[in-house]
Write a protein that binds this ligand. Structure first.
Ligand code: ADP
Length: 157
């Protein structure tokens, strides 16, 4: 039997444009539950990104360089197809608001329709990070504001 069948593998998909302390809070809560947590950066051609893919990959790699359970991966295909490729049975997502819940519920059910063997697991961030979104960070950054509360120090330097 393939050893990975016994491992609990999860995928946390997103744009991470950029990674924020909210994302990190979710990752830190999810990591103890899984053997491997892939951070999947979706390369969505229809979405316009502010930070180049290479930067987004390297930031996440550096932040979790001391945690061998966290791996970074990029993908262009469907999230459930990536799950199949990496043997992930769980999708990790974060919840902040009712509107997140409504959106995430649809995504989770659609993914369940596409592959019934994959379960979506939701985490809430530490309360102080609940109002953080990459959209807000991009907005503050583009207007020359201080993003140090929202993102890890590595991104500022
Ligand atoms: P996407 O492009 O899929 O929206 P994001 O990088 O914006 O990707 O978000 C990925 C996931 O992280 C989503 O489930 C989102 O709800 C969650 N998330 C983003 N920011 C936070 C936060 N501050 N607290 C908790 N979850 C968050």
């Amino acid at each position: 039997m393939n050893i990975t069948n016994k491992m609990k593998i999860a995928l946390y998909p997103g744009s991470f444009d950029p990674i924020t302390k909210g994302h990190i809070s979710i990752i830190n809560k999810a990591v103890p539950l899984f053997d491997i947590l892939y951070i999947g950066i979706g390369e969505n051609n229809t979405k316009k990104h502010l930070f180049p893919l290479e930067k987004r990959i390297n930031w996440i790699k550096k932040i979790f360089e001391n945690n061998p359970k966290v791996k970074v991966i990029t993908y262009k295909n469907l999230t459930v197809d990536l799950c199949r490729e990496i043997d992930a049975k769980y999708i990790v997502r974060g919840l902040r608001t009712y509107s997140d819940f409504e959106y995430e519920k649809k995504l989770a059910y659609n993914n369940q329709t596409l592959n019934h063997n994959i379960e979506t697991v939701f985490f809430i961030p530490d309360l102080k990070y609940i109002n953080i979104s990459s959209t807000i960070v991009r907005d503050i950054y583009m207007h020359g504001g201080d993003i140090s509360f929202f993102v890890p120090e590595l991104l500022i330097n």
